[in-house]
Write a protein that binds this ligand. Structure first.
Ligand SMILES: [Fe+2]
Length: 196
């Protein structure tokens, strides 16, 4: 995460297996928009009258509400794009942690796919710092569903914009393509960098 909130560079040069470069480019434009809006909202918060804060309506209240939407959208897309571009072969210590916490890798995979099929926004494999356990969480919006005290490890975007261009309504095929393009070395590096 860059401190000055500049969008991360677009890294894809060609189609992934089952996810087109065109879809990724359009998706990246949405991500850039979330970064821009995060900067804009935070700038607005510096300008509004804080003493007018009100839960029904106030400029600061609306800005704070949309800040979590934009910030989560920005961060989740950065994980999502960063973790794509691999060969999809599970690797690293994260695999044994998944096996330990979910019983088997296949069980985790089935649960993760079901999370992605049933969520309206995101599926997130996260490590719960309190439970000391990995969990698959579904989120219905960028800012609906994140569980505090947990760290995101693996992020799947299931908003229609992520797959309609390539798959229409066939979300399942998109999720399979996503799994086939995961960079598990990167995911394991992220996992290993967290100090639990
Ligand atoms: Fe997205």
């Amino acid at each position: 995460m860059k401190k000055d909130l500049v969008p991360q560079a677009f890294k894809f040069k060609k189609d992934l297996k089952g996810i087109s470069l065109k879809a990724l480019k359009e998706h990246y434009k949405l991500y850039e928009g979330y970064v821009r809006k995060t900067v804009e909202i935070r700038s607005d918060i510096m300008e509004v009258e804080l003493k007018e804060a009100n839960a029904t309506y106030s400029r600061v209240g609306e800005a704070k509400r949309e800040e979590t939407y934009a910030v989560n959208a920005m961060k989740l897309h950065e994980f999502y794009f960063d973790e794509l571009g691999g060969n999809g072969v599970p690797a690293g210590k994260i695999v044994s942690q998944i096996e330990s916490d979910f019983g088997s890798f296949d069980y985790w995979r089935n649960d993760f796919v079901a999370t992605g099929m049933s969520a309206r926004g995101w599926a997130v494999l996260a490590f719960d710092l309190g439970e000391k356990k990995l969990r698959n969480y579904g989120m219905d919006s960028h800012n609906l569903g994140p569980v505090w005290d947990s760290r995101p490890i693996l992020i799947l975007d299931v908003y229609e914009h992520a797959y309609f261009m390539d798959y229409g309504t066939n979300r399942k095929a998109y999720i399979e393509a996503y799994l086939n393009n995961l960079n598990w070395e990167k995911i394991d590096t992220l996992w290993s960098a967290y100090e639990f």
